[in-house]
Design a protein. Structure first.
Length: 287
């Protein structure tokens, strides 16, 4: 795993992607913090992170687009799979390399509260708690981007679908407010989600029967729950989207709440998408 990690980390900086990513994040962060904190004397560094977090929508797809897509395009993935290491080691090594690149601007941003403390009182607990939430949010989004990269051999397509996924993730809270509270609306929304899950299963297995079986089983369970107590579905989909929102969970850290639930959530999301990437790569390995 360490060999893959070093190779991938070196690749980020020989291709300039790592430098561009770090420079862009620090540029935007510097602009926001200068305008919000340094020029106005506002001591709450953590509130600036709420605005800065939006740039992850644009920079994470750039960081992750080549991780597996470039390997597939150049056919070097077959050489990689022939090495005496498991798919798990390959995926985790590549993922950790991307996280390391993201950690560089985060480490630099950790200096801002120290600098601000020279000119006023700063709550380091709140500032660095929010910084931890920001870093974990980035780790979760990077896991999503790495998974998207494993689905295609085109870096452009990888970047586009990752960007689309980031937009949906960012707008989860807004989308949840648009879903009617009626139980039937929640039922239909969950049914559509199940069909999307079945499509993903089909893409990863190329087996109609497995995808159909997954969809039929989940739709049956959903129908049973709905028709045995439709009242429980009132506003359920909206609440579920709100609970799943990546960016809404960052608010707890920003407002000075060290939310263990959100911490576990970010780590769980990262683990789930790393696992899905392993399955996608494993399918490619034997295809």
């Amino acid at each position: 795993m360490s060999a893959v990690y070093r190779k991938e980390l070196r690749g980020f900086f020989t291709s300039m992607i790592g430098y561009v990513f770090i420079a862009f994040v620090l540029l935007i962060a510097g602009i926001f913090i200068t305008l919000t904190n340094f020029r106005t004397g506002y001591p709450n560094f953590e509130y600036s992170l709420g605005s800065i977090s939006m740039i992850l929508i644009f920079v994470v797809p750039i960081l992750t687009m080549r991780i597996f897509a470039e390997e597939r395009r150049s056919k070097t993935d077959q050489l990689l799979y022939s090495l005496p290491m498991s798919v798990t080691e390959i995926v985790i090594g590549k993922y950790l390399a991307a996280v390391t690149v993201f950690a560089v601007p985060c480490a630099v941003m950790c200096l801002y509260p120290v600098i601000m403390s020279f000119y006023g009182k700063v709550s380091f607990t709140s500032a660095y708690g929010a910084m931890l939430g920001f870093f974990l949010l980035g780790c979760a989004l990077i896991a999503v981007g790495v998974f998207m990269s494993s689905l295609t051999e085109s870096q452009v397509i990888s970047a586009v679908i990752s960007f689309g996924a980031m937009i949906v993730i960012y707008m989860m809270s807004s989308i949840s407010s648009l879903i009617p509270a009626a139980s039937s609306a929640s039922y239909i929304a969950f049914a559509v989600v199940i069909l999307l899950i079945a499509l993903i299963v089909y893409y990863m297995t190329k087996n109609y029967w497995i995808a159909f079986s997954v969809a039929a089983a989940l739709e049956l369970v959903l129908a049973i729950f709905f028709f045995t107590g439709s009242s429980r579905f009132e506003g359920l989909f909206s609440r579920a989207l709100g609970w799943l929102s990546f960016f809404a969970r960052l608010d707890n850290f920003i407002y000075g709440i060290f939310d263990i639930t959100s911490l576990v959530y970010y780590l769980s999301v990262a683990a789930v998408f790393v696992f899905l990437t392993m399955q996608s790569v494993e399918k490619r390995r034997w295809s």
